[in-house]
Design a protein around this ligand. Structure first.
Ligand code: FAD
Length: 415
């Protein structure tokens, strides 16, 4: 957990509880774990939990800040799946917050981050699954066609994404990354998808898709929702697999390689086709500025990981209200001497995008805490009524502000 100069470091790395309940309906998880540990433990039991989309994301921060998984449309946010928190409070007592006891604290910890105590275990709902899912990862060139001046495939890719969000299918998930990969000629749309095998009818198998030959005969196995995506516009490359959903998180790991510097900026927008167009358009229009400022070797090493990621937040995920989508501008780089360039570029790209969306009435003030940058105020996007309630609960559990003054870093509820 966060440290302070002249303070102590509270390391939770040894709290690695992993206990599936006898009835397999819930699992007790320690805060010292990463999602890969949890998925591996659950593999033989045909149950799954709502966790990170790559394996090396920490369990506690993900759950205390929200938690967006591939299967949010089916099971909601990670925090919605916490049945009980065991928490050490500011007065050093240990309590269990759940629907029957400390209900206010139970509510506040779901998005309240480190403002209420140190969570020493999470009881999570374990969802029964058949152990199989159709998972795919496709890359499309979105480079500009010199003849038409338009981006290849971009319109179709965005149409398909919008259709996916509109469909609000509760057995599927999608994560589109729009990147600039110099080795592959620049702009690339990288789409990862999953469809759960809810009826137990999928046959295990795997295949790769080679764009220049079009979809292979194996594509017959592709669920209809994703078939359109691959048939109309054959990807440059792609692979699919009928396998455990955990496999998709493993396949995503290379998109977040170790050893790089990385920084996120996040905003929310109404999930419309126009928003998608604006967000991707501004991102790609701003890339030449980076190409000018960075030396060739840095561009080759890092730009492939610089992306705008669209996180569809479907109606099913919110269970009510208007559709929203989040987008994250991610910059990844290697050499610390480019910190300033990369941070300035991200700040400006993020500001320009939010402004442009605002002018069209498409922006939304929600800032997803887990992907927010240090200079973004995650609590500013919470509703007034919710903030009032959070403050009242904090007054009750931490009147002396131990967690605010003693546990610096992270997002703190303002006074
Ligand atoms: C490559 C990458 C991929 C990601 N993918 C996803 C994704 O798919 N979905 C998603 O929703 N998010 C994703 N994230 C964001 C991720 O959820 C956050 O970074 C999250 O904070 C990680 O959890 P952590 O435990 O490592 O957090 P930390 O950085 O350790 O902590 C975050 C905050 O929580 C507090 N905290 C930590 N442990 C406790 C505890 N036990 N009790 C009380 N407070 C505590 C800390 O003090 C800090 O304020 C991703 C991030 C990265 C870098």
């Amino acid at each position: 957990m966060s440290t302070i100069t002249d303070g102590v470091l509270v390391a939770l790395t040894k709290l690695k509880t992993l206990e599936l309940a006898e009835d397999k309906k819930s699992v007790l998880v320690g805060p010292g774990l990463q999602w890969g540990d949890v998925y591996r433990y659950l593999l033989p039991h045909n149950v799954f939990v709502v966790g990170g989309r790559i394996t090396n994301i920490g369990v506690p921060g993900f759950l205390l800040g929200g938690g967006i998984s591939y299967l949010g449309s089916r099971w909601g946010f990670g925090m919605d799946n916490v049945e009980e928190f065991e928490v050490v409070l500011a007065d050093s007592s240990v309590v269990r917050a759940n629907k029957r006891s400390h209900l206010d604290l139970f509510w506040a910890l779901k998005g309240g981050s480190s403002n209420f105590g140190i969570v020493t275990s999470f009881r999570l709902t374990a969802h029964p699954i058949t152990g199989k899912a159709w998972i795919g990862k496709f890359a499309y060139s979105t480079a500009t066609d010199p003849d038409t001046g338009k981006r290849n495939h971009m319109e179709t890719v965005l149409d398909k994404l919008q259709a996916f969000v509109d469909k609000n299918d509760d057995t599927s998930g999608v994560l589109p990354l729009f990147m600039y990969v110099p080795q592959h000629g620049g702009p690339i749309g990288d789409i990862s998808v999953i469809k759960l095998d809810v009826e137990g009818k999928m046959e295990m198998g795997a295949g790769s898709i080679q764009g220049e030959y079009g979809p292979t005969p194996d594509m017959i196995h592709v669920p209809k929702l994703f078939k359109d995506m691959t048939e109309e516009i054959p990807p440059m490359m792609g692979a699919w697999n009928i396998s455990h959903p955990y496999q998709l998180t493993l396949a995503m790991n290379p998109d977040a390689p170790d050893g790089f510097r990385q920084s996120f900026r996040v905003h929310a927008a109404k999930a419309t086709r126009e928003s998608l167009e604006l967000i991707t358009h501004i991102f790609y229009n701003r890339i030449p500025e980076l190409l000018e400022k960075l030396p060739a070797e840095e561009i080759l090493q890092t730009l492939g990981q610089t992306s705008v990621i669209i996180q569809p937040i479907t109606k099913n995920m919110l269970k009510q209200g208007e559709k929203r989508g989040g987008y994250i501008i991610t910059v990844t780089w290697f050499d610390p001497k480019y910190d300033e360039i990369m941070n300035e570029w991200s700040d400006l790209t993020s500001e320009l995008t939010y402004e442009a969306l605002g002018k069209k009435g498409l922006s939304h003030p929600f800032i997803y805490m887990n992907d927010a940058h240090g200079n973004q105020d995650a609590f500013a996007g919470y509703g007034q009524r919710e903030m009032k309630r959070l403050k009242k609960i904090r007054e009750q559990y931490d009147p002396k502000r131990l967690w605010k003054k003693g546990l610096v870093g992270g997002y703190k509820i303002p006074e």
